[in-house]
Design a protein around this ligand. Structure first.
Ligand code: NI
Length: 158
């Protein structure tokens, strides 16, 4: 298990457009494994490569629905439908959350770790996580979409 340092809001690497993955190699496989370890260790439901300082179009998602993690490589949203408004956070913005409106359903085209094309459909939390992670690959953070600014996770608990 290898953990990578999670970059935080304010670091340039989180604002960049990431490059497509053109071939799978050992280095990229190790990156994906490290991203999964880092996401689980931090207790997140998703992590994108720029969050560990790598400008590649790779993200991992696990919303805990029992199907194990989803690895996204060069993901693209093909369709979206409906609307959901709810709390959203990000490992790169620790201790904060915001209220963000997202589609309630998305259909995503991605490559698997074997570089085969795959279609993923997600609703509710999975749809939210897919949108959030894909936006990271274009250098966007959810804070731009937060309707009422950022809130403190700690304040909410009191
Ligand atoms: Ni995030």
């Amino acid at each position: 298990m290898a953990l990578r340092k999670i970059r935080e809001m304010g670091e340039d690497v989180l604002t960049k457009h990431c490059k497509e993955v053109t071939k799978m190699n050992l280095r990229t496989k190790l990156l994906i494994n490290d991203m999964l370890d880092t996401m689980y260790e931090a207790g997140g439901v998703g992590l994108a490569a720029p969050q560990v300082g790598i400008l590649k179009r790779i993200a991992v998602v696990d919303v805990g629905e029992g199907d194990g993690p989803i690895v996204l490589i060069n993901p693209e949203i093909l369709e979206q439908d409906g609307e959901q408004t709810g709390e959203e956070g990000c490992l790169s913005v620790p201790g904060k959350y915001g209220i963000v409106t997202r589609p309630n359903y998305v259909k995503v085209k991605t490559l698997t770790e074997s570089m085969d094309e795959m279609i993923i459909e997600g609703e509710e939390l999975l749809a939210r996580a897919l949108c959030h992670e894909i936006e990271h690959l274009d250098g966007k953070l959810y804070v731009e979409l937060a309707e009422d600014g950022l809130h403190d996770v700690e304040d909410e608990k009191e």
